[in-house]
Design a protein around this ligand. Structure first.
Ligand code: AMP
Length: 135
């Protein structure tokens, strides 16, 4: 399969590996937001969270927590973000599930996404329709 992260799993493409087990791999992002920015991926190819098994998603979440703690202890980071882009419109460029673990510091000036307010009554409708589609 022509997938850059599958090639990292197979060793065809090299990476700066931080962690590996039977099901997952963690390595440095080649274009880090800040030094220490790590990607946690499943060895099995799933496109994103929506088509991955719950077990795979759970494992990557737990590993992201462990990586985040190690990044804070081992670098000058004070905190970390765990972020997953699911789908092109959400900014996913590599279609192989990966959790970004991003070191943060109060001085880094990174901005979060913008926030808005709901028009009167819309929050109720949006909450209802999402609730109806929960599986
Ligand atoms: P996303 O936009 O969520 O799909 O993020 C994909 C990430 O993969 C980007 O932050 C890239 O810098 C990173 N990336 C792409 N190719 C490689 C590679 N060969 N080694 C490490 N990181 C990579």
């Amino acid at each position: 399969m022509d997938c850059v992260f599958c090639k990292i799993v197979s060793g065809e493409i090299s990476s700066h590996k931080i962690y590996e087990d039977e099901h997952a791999l963690a390595f440095l992002d080649i274009h880090p937001v800040r030094p220490g920015h790590t990607l946690v991926i499943s060895k099995e190819h799933f496109e994103n969270m929506s088509d991955a098994t719950d077990k795979a998603v759970g494992h990557l979440a737990v590993l992201s927590k462990k990586l985040g703690k190690a990044i804070v202890k081992g670098t000058d980071a004070e905190a970390y973000n765990v972020s997953v882009n699911n789908g092109k419109a959400a900014g996913q460029v590599v279609p192989h599930i990966h959790f970004h673990v991003i070191p943060r510091a109060s001085s880094d000036r990174l901005q979060s996404w913008p926030h808005a307010d709901y028009p009167e009554g819309e929050a109720e409708t949006v909450a209802k329709v999402i609730k109806e589609h929960m599986e």
